[in-house]
Ligand binder design. Structure first.
Ligand SMILES: *Cc1c(COP(=O)(O)O)cnc(C)c1O
Length: 476
């Protein structure tokens, strides 16, 4: 399997090469040259596999330049029971009549980004060792993405992590989670500024190609194809678990629908690819919060990114987006995988601030199965409360966005799966508001707040940051 750019200007490259890159060399996004196909017999043959075994099967379609034994070893290490609270790694449980919850938040940082980052940590270390290279990841975080990256990359040979966070603007939990790490290759840098200042520092260094090359800088943001490929695995896993109780003869074409709390369109894109591979998914339901740029696209066919000023800070903060970085990959498929048409769409975006694909609107649902919906703070509160009252289960505000929209899209006789993207313990305020319940740290993290913290405080000063990176960057 080789990978090409949505804009058509990149020579086909193997998986191990694109793992290390962000954008394609022509500014597009990297996609598989063809979508591998699996049939129902093959999927059925995976039913008894453990999560890491299933990951090996699914990823072997994509990581074709990594020997299978090595891939199996990496999947076993990424999804080892010791790193996850639930023994089965991804528990699938009934939430209410017709709705199942897919537990993607059992990993070290209690959110679904661990699912992809844990595999990326293993595969990056492997690919770097094989090519005798180093990689220094620079990133900006307001809390959650940074911690998933740090937990996945801690102690990895050939990899350094420089994570900027805004001083005094993260929760006690987020600070404790990141700053308590003691690994030599993890550098937490608290910038005297806000998140945008951190992001601007990352942009400044990333666009200095000479500095970037000299210190082998890179990023692992949500457009990384290694992450997208690892996320496909749990769609297969969830379908297999949802159909365990279905009579054997009825399984092959048993369609389920999946609702995905969405921000940058990474998680649901993996679902789109799993469906395109042949997994029987009927509907992919996109759940947005008040930042409804994607809901608007799936309802009207018009994609109109917002300005930062028009982006609302909500109580499901990981879905507060103004544009959706991964949408270009879906639009590529929508436009028949034609780089000319894709490039024209992006020219339209540059010139008019929007892409009008309303002519394709019917196909979004009929051909690709997409539906969408939104929710508000009041909806999240009401949903957390009603789920708690009905089943005693506490859900987080992002998952609540999902459950709210899922309930509006349930069809008789079709199981609806909702992806749980974070644990409620990360968002105690809204849980208290909704249920009156005070939740503390999960048991296995008790004591985290008392650990000594390691962080370098720095002014919002590019020169100082450069000096720090030059001094601490990992080299081969
Ligand atoms: C990142 C994140 C999302 C959004 O996922 P995308 O892949 O960006 O669509 C939703 N919920 C939580 C808790 C997240 O951390």
């Amino acid at each position: 399997m080789k990978y090409i750019s949505t804009r058509g200007g990149m020579a086909p490259a193997p998986y191990s090469a694109i793992l290390l890159e962000g954008l394609a060399t022509d500014g597009g996004l990297v996609v598989p040259e063809t979508v591998p196909q699996v049939d129902s017999e093959q999927i059925e043959s995976w039913r008894s596999l453990t999560y890491p075994e299933l990951a090996t099967e699914v990823l072997s379609f994509y990581a074709t330049d990594i020997p299978r034994d090595d891939l199996a070893r990496m999947c076993a290490a990424a999804y080892a029971p010791a790193g996850f609270v639930a023994e089965e790694i991804v528990p699938v449980t009934e939430l209410e009549d017709g709705i199942l919850l897919v537990g993607l938040s059992e990993g070290p940082t209690l959110a679904f980004k661990d699912m992809a980052m844990q595999f990326l940590g293993q595969s990056l270390e492997y690919v770097l060792a094989r090519s005798d290279r180093a990689l220094n990841i620079i990133g900006a975080t307001s809390g959650d993405t940074g911690s998933a990256a740090e937990y996945a990359l801690r102690g990895k040979a050939g990899i350094g992590v420089f994570m900027m966070s805004p001083q005094g603007r993260m929760s006690d939990f987020q600070r404790a989670q990141m700053y308590s790490l003691t690994d030599d290759n993890i550098h937490n840098i608290a910038i005297d500024g806000v998140f945008d200042d951190c992001q601007n520092l990352v942009k400044a260094l990333s666009s200095d190609l000479e500095f970037k090359r000299a210190h082998e800088l890179g990023t692992v943001n949500s457009i990384n194809l290694g992450r997208i490929s690892a996320q496909m695995v749990y769609y297969f896993w969830a379908w297999l678990r949802a159909t365990d109780a279905v009579a054997e003869g009825d399984r092959a074409a048993f369609e389920v629908s999946v609702t995905v709390p969405s921000g940058n369109f990474g998680n649901i894109l993996s679902g789109h690819l799993a469906k395109a591979m042949g997994l029987p998914i009927r509907r992919l339901v996109l759940a947005a919060n008040e930042n409804n740029v994607l809901d608007e696209f799936f309802r009207t066919g018009i994609y109109a990114p917002r300005s930062a000023a028009d982006t609302h800070a909500t109580s499901s903060p990981s879905m507060d987006i103004s544009k959706a970085s991964n949408l270009e990959r879906f639009i590529f498929d929508l436009l028949g995988r034609d780089p000319e048409r894709l490039a024209a769409a992006w020219r339209e975006l540059d010139e008019t601030g929007r892409i009008d694909l309303s002519a394709e609107l019917p196909r979004l649902e009929t051909e690709f199965g997409f539906q969408s919906g939104t929710s508000t703070h009041a909806d999240r509160v009401a949903t957390i409360r009603s789920v708690y009252e009905a089943s005693g289960t506490l859900i987080d505000p992002h998952t609540a966005d999902g459950v709210k929209v899922a309930r509006e899209h349930v069809e008789a006789g079709v199981l609806m799966l909702v992806l749980e993207t974070a644990k409620p313990e990360k968002f105690p305020e809204i849980v208290l508001e909704a249920t009156g319940q005070r939740i503390g740290m999960p048991e296995h993290l008790a004591g985290l707040l008392d650990l000594p913290q390691h962080v370098t405080e720095m002014n919002d000063d590019e020169a100082q940051l450069r000096a720090f990176i030059a001094q601490h960057a990992v080299q081969r």
